[in-house]
Write a protein that binds this ligand. Structure first.
Ligand SMILES: [Zn+2]
Length: 101
């Protein structure tokens, strides 16, 4: 999956940027800021494109949780995100309407 540079998440434009290693003092592979409306994905060569896609879905979940002001334990967010990723990717599911259909 090609990582988009911007997403519409519940009507909010959220920028998606690749973070160079060492750029931020963040050790996680990705992060989300509701304040900046931004998702950072680590641009680490050891991280596969599939892992980066999984990171993106996790951060989208974080954005959805923040936008709805849900108080969810991080374990819940992680479990839903990784479970959804498995189902969506293993079944090649896309909910976007295809042209001409
Ligand atoms: Zn998280």
């Amino acid at each position: 999956m090609k990582i988009p540079s911007e997403l519409n998440i519940l009507g909010l434009p959220v920028k998606v940027v690749f973070r160079q290693d060492g750029e931020a003092s963040v050790s996680s592979s990705a992060s989300h800021s509701a304040w900046y409306n931004k998702i950072w994905i680590a641009n680490n060569p050891e991280r596969s494109p599939k892992a980066q896609s999984q990171d993106l879905l996790h951060e989208i979940m974080e954005a959805v949780v923040a936008a709805n002001d849900l108080k969810l334990d991080h374990t819940v967010i992680s479990t839903i995100a990784s479970s959804l990723f498995q189902v969506l990717s293993d079944n090649q599911l896309s909910f976007a309407e295809e042209e001409g259909v």
